[in-house]
Design a protein around this ligand. Structure first.
Ligand SMILES: Nc1nc2c(c(=O)[nH]1)N[C@H]1C(S)=C(S)[C@@H](COP(=O)(O)OP(=O)(O)OC[C@H]3O[C@@H](n4cnc5c(=O)[nH]c(N)nc54)[C@H](O)[C@@H]3O)O[C@H]1N2
Ligand SMILES: Nc1nc2c(c(=O)[nH]1)N[C@H]1C(S)=C(S)[C@@H](COP(=O)(O)OP(=O)(O)OC[C@H]3O[C@@H](n4cnc5c(=O)[nH]c(N)nc54)[C@H](O)[C@@H]3O)O[C@H]1N2
Ligand code: SF4
Ligand SMILES: [Mo]
Length: 908
């Protein structure tokens, strides 16, 4: 077995991993003890990467639709890229370069981005290249630029160890940046005086572990930060000499804040004025105050000002660039930072240069050896899809992102994709929602198969290595971009294309990127693959001659603006773009679950990652459910002005009354609807163009879906179990939208089961059930079966080797919970056999349902933890007896929360 170093391809913490493999298959992963992001730790998602690196549903060869109404068929790479070049060239010749668009991803490697960016801006001559970072980091980018002069997060993870007051706003790192949160937990344990404040409308596991949780009303962060600054000024805690020497705009902001007292803000934010005062004092008194933020601030129609208002709290104290201090934006995707470095947004240029600046444009043109780069800003993500819908963009190239799931207002996105003349999708897996719209589908290499670099949240660059031979005809993303560029340049008559795209290796691309940073704030001219391999991952800047990268920025009070000063910005105190009213009285927010990643194309393949949450749901306060006459677990209709979906209602004490939460992960691959983004809206921040994915007004209604069914299937033998479950899961996808509600998932661990839940207003046609039985191998005489046609009930159970391995319940699903446990736990069926098809809600013999699994590594359920807590166990005892929270630690915040069961105050 060989070992190869890479990084985890999920979140922006950027943990180092060691891939254990045999050259063809990934066998195991473990944390890289030498990597400075994680020192060997991995969370639930990172530690299960080997379960997701599987062949099922992988794209292996290019396929092309020869005409609109024909299915795609397999083609060679030459034919695929020629067809693409032909179509793009003809659109460019007929309608100009702005009639094509490229929509990329913060999950590409820096080298991939670099080549795409040069292709679009340098060769085609349009700035219509944007990424999903527009949905993610672009407000933080704009906020850093407006205040500090450049898009450079000034802090580092080691600041967690030095801060006295950590203010986490609009982020849930316990779920979304788990290894960073492990470091925060360790810092708090080492320094018990350290304060942690969390600003989040929901009582997340992050919030539940804070010293102070400000459960503000959605969209009111600016009011809170302004009131905190008001207090700092009123109590004389601001650093006037430092402000005078290193900033501008403070006096105007002070004037602006005069009326924003904690009492005023308290009314708007819906939290007590005393709590705002406490937060301000803790922050003001701290020798080293540090803020962290993520999507709760960025995904807002005033996301930029959310950021600038938070950054102002650090600037007012002059607490930036020193250990434990500063405004630290968390990067979502693994290489969103790399994308920002190469200028991978439609308004940016390479190495933090600005499109609007003629000198910068000339520099980039000279570097690339092209006459000019276009001046006109390109379209941002949402604008691009609007232009596609309007027919202004005629050919669209999508790489490494799944907009038919992740963009707001899905109805609009579907319309755009359906009517676009030519859609290219460059993907690793073939079963994404977006892949269905591809006229040309190109198979990309992915994690464990490709080489390049990534930059994490703390500006640290890691060299990522390929471990295994890439499957089928897959190619690296930058190679696809290069080979397309060569063909397109030829057709557009650019004589120099071969020289511009003369990249023999990923390293040659990196070298050119390095050169583009010379003299810039992110100068990395001291770095190469060799340096990274020899000395390990490095933070930027790392100029030629440097021995190490810079841990923190702006220690000297010199900022990246033209006059070297930081700026205070007067924020617009807006609220949410859409307010609630009689028709849509509830406030929806959306976000992440602990164990799933975005559209689940990868995490959705590891059965154990469903054990924490196995079905999409809408979380509502118990009081709101009661008022609407809805039971916990009932299916309900959820509607906004954009669309309507059916979801399972979940009673959730962590949410305020009047509010709701839907996780962003479930889409049409696993659910009968597009989930959260059917409901969201595309209100944009004026500076960052980031859409307000976090807030929408909704209503809920009861629905009558009396015809319910449950199908489950697992395998007897381990070797085939995983592959079979994944194949069956993929086969169910086309079925999901036949029903009013349907949801597919996996369950179990070494022997995954596939699970399909169905609910319909009208009886499910018997011939459909037969087809589903056939899909699940549940036909034939070896099944136990029961039918009562008059009452619409039919049931089937398959018992193999004394284990329940197949189940279909139709019309009467009361026993679903314990039968699911029976299958997943692989318990012997001997004593239960005669009860399996009986209408029993609880198991006839001893044993409670295990319920959801809290500790994924050690397989410990919520019920087991609750029982132990009721018996007097504290956290240490739980760890000792049940072993929960003793491996990756991702469940520690939740186990602690279960230990101190809480009740959130009701706010009507
Ligand atoms: N498990 C997991 N981890 C991930 C990802 C994943 O898909 N799964 N994705 C990665 C990516 S790309 C990103 S961008 C990050 C996102 O990381 P986070 O931003 O931490 O995660 P979210 O759950 O999107 O949102 C954070 C919180 O914002 C809160 N919020 C909503 N509205 C407001 C508001 O008006 N004000 C405030 N203060 N808070 C509000 C929500 O209640 C939510 O708890 O996660 C990364 N890590
Ligand atoms: N409602 C709501 N919507 C949201 C958000 C939210 O909080 N709420 N968050 C937004 C944010 S912050 C983000 S970042 C986006 C994320 O949204 P997306 O970018 O759509 O998320 P992913 O599912 O990660 O898409 C990445 C795709 O790339 C594929 N892939 C994996 N590796 C490779 C590779 O090496 N090459 C190529 N070519 N493809 C590969 C994967 O299979 C996957 O389909 O979602 C946004 N949408
Ligand atoms: S925290 Fe988890 S998801 Fe994020 S990089 Fe580390 S292992 Fe991967
Ligand atoms: Mo993101």
């Amino acid at each position: 077995m060989a070992e190869t170093k890479a990084t985890c391809p999920y979140c922006g913490v950027g943990c180092g991993v060691i891939i254990q493999h045999d050259g063809a298959r990934v066998i195991e992963v473990r944390g890289d003890p030498a990597h400075p992001a994680n020192f060997g730790r991995l969370c639930t998602k990172g530690s299960t990467l080997h379960f997701t690196a599987r062949p099922e549903s992988r794209l292996l060869y290019p396929s092309l639709r020869k005409a609109r109404d024909l299915p795609r068929s397999r083609v060679s790479w030459d034919d695929a890229l020629d067809a693409a070049a032909e179509r793009f060239a003809s659109v460019i010749k007929e309608s100009g370069p702005d009639a094509v668009g490229f929509y990329l991803s913060g999950q590409l490697l820096t080298e991939d981005y670099y080549v795409f960016n040069k292709l679009v801006k340098g060769l085609i001559g349009t700035n219509n290249v944007d990424t999903n970072s527009r949905l993610c980091m672009s407000s933080a980018v704009a906020a850093y630029k407006q205040t500090l002069g450049a898009d450079a997060p000034p802090c580092a993870y080691e600041d967690f160890d030095h801060t006295d007051c950590l203010l986490i706003a609009g982020a849930n790192p316990a779920f979304a940046h788990p290894i960073a949160f492990r470091r925060i937990e360790a810092a708090r344990a080492a320094r018990p005086g350290m304060k942690m404040i969390v600003v989040d409308p929901r009582r997340t596991d992050t919030a539940a572990s804070a010293d102070l949780h400000l459960a503000i009303l959605p969209g009111t962060d600016i009011w809170l930060f302004n009131a905190m600054l008001h207090v700092l000024i009123a109590e004389g805690r601001v650093n006037a000499p430092w402000i005078e020497a290193h900033t501008e705009g403070f006096d105007a902001l002070r004037e602006h804040l005069r009326a924003i007292t904690p009492e005023v803000a308290a009314k708007v934010c819906g939290v007590p004025a005393e709590d705002i005062l406490t937060a301000a004092r803790w922050w003001g008194e701290a020798a080293a105050p540090l803020s962290l933020w993520c999507m709760g601030l960025n995904q807002s129609h005033h996301g930029t000002h959310n950021g600038t208002a938070l950054i102002a709290l650090s600037l007012a104290l002059g607490k930036i660039g020193q250990p434990g201090c500063g405004p630290f934006s968390l990067t979502g995707q693994p290489n969103a930072m790399g994308g920002r470095e190469v200028g991978g947004l439609s308004n940016l240029l390479s190495a933090h240069r600005d499109l609007a600046n003629p000198e910068h444009r000339a520099e980039v043109a000279a570097l690339w050896g092209v006459p000019s780069v276009p001046e006109k800003p390109g379209l941002s993500a949402i604008e691009m899809f609007e232009a596609v819908r309007a027919g202004k963009i005629r050919a669209l190239w999508i790489a490494c992102t799944n907009p038919a799931h992740s963009m707001p207002s899905q109805a609009l996105i579907r319309e755009a994709m359906e009517q676009c003349e030519f859609v290219v999708v460059q993907e690793a897996w073939g079963n994404t929602e977006t892949a269905k719209y591809a006229d040309l589908l190109l198979p990309a290499r992915t994690w464990a198969e490709k080489e390049g670099t990534v930059t994490n949240t703390e500006r640290r660059i890691t060299h990522v290595n390929p471990a295994i031979t890439a499957p089928g005809e897959t190619r690296a993303d930058w190679v696809i971009a290069r080979d397309f560029a060569l063909r397109l340049g030829h057709r557009l008559g650019h004589a120099s294309t071969a020289r511009l795209f003369d990249y023999p290796s990923a390293e040659s691309v990196f070298q050119e990127h390095v050169e583009s940073t010379r003299g810039r704030d992110l100068d990395i001219t001291g770095l190469s693959y060799a340096v990274l391999d020899e000395h390990g991952p490095q933070q930027w800047p790392f100029p030629e001659g440097a021995q190490t990268g810079r841990v923190r920025l702006y220690a000297d009070g010199k900022f990246a603006s033209a006059n070297g000063k930081a700026r205070f910005v007067i924020p617009a105190e807006a609220l949410t773009a859409e307010s609630v009213d009689e028709a849509f009285p509830l406030r929806l927010t959306t976000g992440r679950l602990r164990d799933q990643w975005h559209g689940m194309s990868r995490t959705g393949k590891a059965a154990r990652l469903y054990s924490h949450t196995d079905e999409a749901s809408i979380d509502l306060h118990p009081v709101d459910l009661q008022r609407a006459g809805i039971d916990d677990g009932e299916l309900i209709r959820v509607s906004s002005r954009r669309g309507s979906v059916i979801l399972r209602a979940r009673s959730a004490a962590e949410i305020r009354s009047g509010h709701a939460f839907v996780a962003m992960h479930w889409g049409r691959n696993l659910l009968s609807s597009s989930g959260a983004n059917e409901l969201t809206l595309n209100a944009l921040d004026p500076f960052s163009k980031q859409p307000e994915l976090k807030h929408a007004a909704i209503r809920i209604e009861k629905v009558e879906l009396p015809c319910q069914a449950l199908l489950m299937r697992s395998a007897v033998y381990a070797d085939a179990a995983n592959g079979l479950a994944l194949e069956r899961l993929a086969a169910l996808e086309p079925w999901l939208r036949r029903f009013d509600y349907a949801s597919a998932s996996l369950a179990g661990r070494e022997f995954p089961s596939v699970v399909l839940r169905i609910a319909n207003a009208t009886p499910i046609p018997p011939e459909w059930l037969e087809e589903l039985d056939a899909l699940m191998d549940l036909q034939g005489g070896q099944c136990l079966s029961y039918a009562d046609t008059g009452r619409g009930i039919s049931k089937r159970a398959l018992i193999e080797e004394g284990l329940l391995t197949g189940l279909r319940l139709t019309g009467e699903t009361a026993a679903a919970v314990w039968l699911k446990d029976l299958m997943v736990e692989r318990s012997a069926t001997d004593a239960l056999r005669r009860w399996i098809l009986a209408p029993l809600a609880t198991p006839p013999v001893s044993g409670n349902s295990r319920g959801r699994i809290v500790c994924t590594c050690m397989n410990v359920s919520e019920n087991e933890i609750r029982t132990a807590v009721a018996g007097g166990a504290d956290f240490a005892k739980l760890q000792e007896t049940l072993k929960c929270g003793t491996s990756c630690g991702s469940c520690v915040p939740e186990v602690r929360r279960l230990e101190n069961s809480y009740v959130i105050a009701l706010v009507p």
